[in-house]
Design a protein around this ligand. Structure first.
Ligand SMILES: C[S@@+](CC[C@H](N)C(=O)[O-])C[C@H]1O[C@@H](n2cnc3c(N)ncnc32)[C@H](O)[C@@H]1O
Length: 448
């Protein structure tokens, strides 16, 4: 909150001490309480609660709380007004450092928000861009780090359009960009200058963690640093995972993460292009050890007929992985595909949407997705997203189910059925584009 000048008097509601708590709750509920000032004792032993001047016209009071509108002279600012935010501290220290050369242009360049990864702060792409900052040398980054209570600093660039989601992050202060996060009890480490961190998707990771996968073999076609592979192994109790990833930096982080969480013996990391499936070898049993990293992208994914579950976590579309997913599914029993996709829907007035409740769509295995470390923003989004399955989502899911069925029939020369277990809205990308996950059950039909 910005500090503001203290006015000479402010409006307040004065009541007897025994009604103060109820009045406060009422004002908070109605968003009328002015939190910038403290409650104050006033004449007659009454307590005065500051109210927002600009909202006085909306003021209504329950009859059972007797009170009077008064003015508080020289109001006392609340503690939160005195507390300096890190953004204010940063601006002040930079202003001091620059002295007379401080300008409005420089002030606009000072960030108000950043990502914190332990002792490393990741600044946004548009911060400290003016030429003047560059001339300052290391003292600038030392001042910024000290104001933000960090040891290391990096600045974000654009995600490179290289299909590997490589970030163009520059390290400004410190020796390396390796950081660690704990998410739902799982430890993840990665180099912020080399790998993307998906701060979102928390609910999807929690949902995946709650799936009953005991004894199953998972193939993760786009493993990244293991955001989904790890919850499948650690919480969902998958017996074994094949994790495919073509970005060498992500592979390095993935290997470290498997070891950090003690599941390296239950995962085979395939370093290469997951579309390059070889049909030459057909391992029927999980690989008992981690293969050595393959530096070449001309590798062939030697997997077929092994998976009970396949995760296809690639957006905007994982369609290029569908034929591979069909190939790796167990031929005799089939399994479940988790297909990520961005689906566009038309803006529709709320009343005219098909009211298909998420609960009706959900499979029993998806029911329990509560847990710790939830992102409240994602929760709010989820409430809006989850309330209805939009017709376009259903249409996409049905078309995908039909296409996968075709692929399976072509591949095996026998009938397969596919059924939509669940459609999970993960995130919305404005306007009207939603990242969805379709849980699709695929089973071979028994010939009579
Ligand atoms: C969107 S990230 C997803 C990572 C993880 N599933 C997540 O949600 O955080 C996609 C990952 O797939 C990898 N990838 C994309 N296409 C690939 C391919 N054909 N073969 C192997 N990996 C691929 C990228 O390098 C990237 O790490």
């Amino acid at each position: 909150m910005e500090a503001r000048d203290v006015p000479i008097s402010i409006p307040a509601l004065a009541t007897e001490p025994q009604f103060a708590q109820r009045l406060r709750e009422h004002l908070e509920r109605e968003q009328l309480l002015d939190r910038c000032y403290r409650l104050q004792k006033v004449q007659g032993g009454h307590v005065a609660l500051p109210v927002l001047e600009e909202k006085l016209s909306q003021l209504w009071l329950p009859q059972e709380i007797p009170c009077d509108l008064v003015q508080i002279q020289d109001p006392v600012p609340s503690r939160r007004v005195h507390r300096q935010t890190p953004a204010q501290k940063l601006r002040e220290e930079l202003q001091q450092l620059l002295g007379e050369s401080w300008s409005e242009e420089l002030e606009r360049d000072v960030p108000h928000a950043w990502q914190r990864h332990g002792d490393l702060v990741l600044l946004s792409e548009d911060s400290f861009r003016a030429a003047q900052w560059e001339n300052m040398g290391p003292v600038l980054w030392e001042t910024v780090a000290s104001a933000l209570g960090a040891q290391r600093l990096a600045r974000q660039g654009r995600v490179l359009p290289d299909g590997m989601r490589s970030p163009s992050v520059t390290l400004l202060l410190g020796q390396d960009g390796w950081v660690e996060h704990v998410d739902n009890g799982i430890r993840y480490t990665f180099d912020v200058t080399k790998c993307m961190f998906s701060a979102g998707n928390i609910r999807e990771k929690l949902r995946v963690a709650s799936l009953p996968c005991s004894g199953e073999v998972l193939v993760d076609l786009y493993a990244g640093i293991g955001y989904f592979t790890l919850p499948f192994l650690v919480h969902a109790e998958a017996a074994f995972a094949h994790a495919c990833e073509w970005n060498g930096h992500a592979v390095e982080a993935l290997r470290r993460n498997l070891a950090l969480n003690g599941v390296q013996d239950r995962c085979h990391v395939h370093h290469g292009d997951s579309r390059q499936v070889s049909t030459a070898t057909q391992p029927q049993t999980p690989c008992p050890h981690i293969a050595s990293p393959s530096p070449s992208l001309s590798f062939q994914l030697e997997l077929q007929d092994v998976a009970d579950r396949v995760n296809l976590g690639l957006i905007p579309s994982s369609e290029e992985g569908w034929p591979v997913a069909c190939r790796v599914l167990k031929k005799s029993t089939g399994g479940v595909l988790h297909i990520h996709h961005n689906v566009e829907s038309l803006p529709v007035p709320a009343q005219s949407q098909t009211p298909v409740l998420q609960a009706e769509q959900a499979s029993p295995e998806a029911a329990n997705c509560d847990g710790e470390a939830q992102d409240p923003k994602e929760d709010r989004e989820k409430e809006t997203l989850g309330a209805r399955i939009r017709p376009e989502w259903q249409t996409w899911a049905e078309a995908t189910a039909a296409r996968i069925q075709e692929l399976l029939v072509e591949l095996h020369g026998q009938l397969w059925c596919t059924s939509i277990l669940h459609i999970e809205p993960v995130k919305s990308y404005a306007p009207h584009v939603h990242h969805l996950v379709l849980d699709l059950e695929c089973r071979p039909m028994l010939s009579t």
